[in-house]
Design a protein around this ligand. Sequence first.
Ligand code: UDX
Ligand code: ADP
Length: 455
Amino acid sequence: MKNILCIGAGYVGGPTMAVIADRCADCKVTVVDINADRIAAWNSDELPIYEPGLDEVVKRCRNVNLFYSTDISKAIREADIIFVSVNTPTKTFGAGAGRAANLQFLEKTARSIVEYAENDKIVVEKSTLPVRTAQAMSRILHSNTKNLKFQIISNPEFLAEGTAIRDLENPDRVLIGGMETPEGQKAIEEVASIYAHWVPRERIITTNLWSSELTKLVSNALLAQRVSSVNSISALCEKTEANIDEVAGAAGRDSRIGSKFLKASIGFGGSCFKKDILNLVYLCGHYGLPEIAEYWEQVVKINDFQSRRFVGNMLGAMFNTFADKKIAIFGFAFKADTGDTRESPACAVCLQLLEEHARLSIHDPKALGNAKLDLEGVEGDISYIEDPYKAAEGAHAIAVMTDWDSFKTLDYQKIFDSMEKPAFLFDGRNCLDHEALYKIGFNVYPIGKKHLTHF
Ligand code: UDX
Ligand code: ADP
């Protein structure tokens, strides 16, 4: 039986390993983490992350061929293949602060592998990393005095939160990069044989290490670029009475452009997009390509601009003052179907509203716990409300920040009746029925579309 280990039980490692265990009955999969609370949660009925379909997969495999543990040294000793899925946040200090990836967790992991390994192993990079990290990883691993050999493989994860299980079970592609040596090719084949349990061979792409590392950054940069492109045009739509959904819909019908990922919003969030683009920007600067760095940095700048523009529109509509006005925030997660709030544009919007002395009542079906942590220590009047009707009661405005399905079926007549008048609704996701809301009496402000007001 093949022994697979994953170091790091987060949003990537957790779901990925659950699906590998589910699809590979002939493998024993162990997931370890330095965070004992997280491991305890993976072993309980209350998993540490919310992801549709994840509970069922974990229940099927846990303690059969899927194990969660804090005993890192034992797990490393026993493993044949080690996936490294620790966090690689943006550096907040020193050289490259605010752009480069902080690789301290990755380096610590490599050092643990060196310390505890007793035989040769394949080490797989799963976390998003700057190009050529595998070189540093290899140098640390081969500093061992036990004469052990390690093959480094890059196998970036493309799952999106909220659809992680579906993406893992039916991926567009699996990318595996390795050294162009016979040993490297053999290691690629070993990792490919895991995925081949359920992924058709033609969807398993193999490349050299550096192409694989760079592809992860480029895929996220291209996706984020689409969102920033459509968001930049949403601003122009608001000035010209064009409608962003019509423009994006019609442009996307060209099969060369494609219809996906063209939904205007208050901006993209999530742990990957901003981090990966800044990483790309840093790399371009490092390799003496300032023009290319500047080109990609603009994608992040437009994203920041979009949330500031949204708050500016709110302020203008609400007579240039939020002071002491209650504003209901519908959604804090960075997208629907996740409790994750990392880099959520909702957070940026809330901070700007608080600066203007608004009173916030935040509602989210899954992310209130993370919202509390994100806004801990922030000054201002903030309440966290489980019930959307209570959150909106007595409010001057509702700001929709996340495209949760549950927001579409609320009784907006009841909500309108309980609000201060004039009642405003700012739809930062263009996910509600604006005409119907207008008929109820709301003054409705979508993104990239005509405002529907009673003034
Ligand atoms: C992303 C990539 O999609 C995935 O392949 C990679 O592995 C990790 O990063 P994720 O961050 O989970 O996944 O979510 P994604 O669905 O890509 O959405 C990112 C952000 O863009 C969200 O805030 C979403 O609301 C926003 N978005 C997406 C838009 O505003 N408009 C769109 O059309 C699509
Ligand atoms: P991602 O979204 O990339 O999965 P997360 O932050 O959700 O990132 O998960 C990364 C996990 O890696 C965290 O649970 C963290 O505790 C764990 N981790 C970080 N460093 C180590 C380490 N040296 N050994 C084991 N686990 C680690």
